[in-house]
Design a protein around this ligand. Structure first.
Ligand SMILES: C[S@@+](CC[C@H](N)C(=O)[O-])C[C@H]1O[C@@H](n2cnc3c(N)ncnc32)[C@H](O)[C@@H]1O
Length: 238
């Protein structure tokens, strides 16, 4: 176990991080900041953080918003589940942590804040990337499998008066996710968008990247010889 820190709201949050658990990154930070702005005035926050990794999104929100209610966390990885329990203890926060696929562990519970940061990048990208060396991606050829599964949950179940948050990364088929949103939800919004350069691990992969882009699996722009990608944070109000 090592300690890793992430700066959010100009404040450093230190987290215990198992070597087999996803290391928090820009998406984590954007998710926390976007969720915070949207829910900060809510009186009672009953949140679930799925694809919780080390638990950072839910734990930082609990700490920052002084959420007294118990919060709920889950992940497909047993390492992530154990890691989140440790960080809840470290931050003296109350939470229940379960192992399971997307929202399956919480089928019989209702929340007013649903946060999903489940793996969501195209398979061919994840195997080259520095982010998924010891962590499961498995979100399909175009990276949309779990995001669509998460969104479908709200169509198939009678859930209302809730906020739903999730990221869309340009290293997945963004057009497919946006089409699903347009076809199924009225009240959705992109809360934040940040661009970033593809890391050096992708040097020499031009042919693959161009091919994936041509097939709408990923998207990026060329900028002074570098590849510029982006991360967006979406919120749906149901
Ligand atoms: C991008 S990481 C985010 C982790 C954490 N939220 C953070 O920001 O550091 C994605 C997480 O989703 C988990 N995951 C992958 N497939 C999943 C699935 N089918 N259901 C639930 N969690 C999954 C991974 O184990 C990983 O912890």
């Amino acid at each position: 176990m090592i300690m890793k820190s992430l700066t959010v709201f100009n404040q450093e949050y230190k987290m215990i991080l198992d070597k087999n658990v996803f290391e928090p990154n820009l998406t984590t930070k954007l998710m926390i900041e976007s969720c915070y702005e949207k829910i900060k005035k809510m009186k009672k926050i009953n949140l679930v953080d799925i694809g919780c990794g080390c638990g950072i999104i839910g734990i930082v929100l609990k700490k920052k918003l002084k959420i007294k209610e118990k919060s709920y966390f889950s992940d497909i990885s047993s390492n992530a589940v154990e890691n989140t329990k440790k960080n809840l203890e470290l931050y003296n926060q109350n939470g229940e942590v379960l192992k399971g696929n997307v929202l399956n562990p919480w089928k019989n519970k209702k929340f007013n804040v649903y946060i999903s940061d489940v793996s969501a990048i195209a398979h061919d990208i994840s195997i080259i990337s520095p982010w998924y060396k010891s962590v499961e991606n498995n979100s399909g050829t175009d990276g949309t499998k779990f995001t669509i599964e998460f969104l479908k949950f709200f169509k198939d179940n009678n859930i209302n008066k809730s906020f739903i948050f999730f990221p869309v990364i340009s290293l997945s088929n963004r057009k497919k996710i946006l089409k699903f949103l347009n076809d199924n939800f009225q009240n959705y919004k992109c809360l934040n968008k940040k661009t970033w350069f593809l890391p050096e691990e992708f040097n020499g992969q031009e042919k693959l990247l161009e091919n994936l882009k041509k097939n709408d699996v990923i998207d990026f722009k060329e900028y002074f010889g570098k590849k510029l990608c982006f991360t967006e944070i979406y919120c749906i109000k149901i």
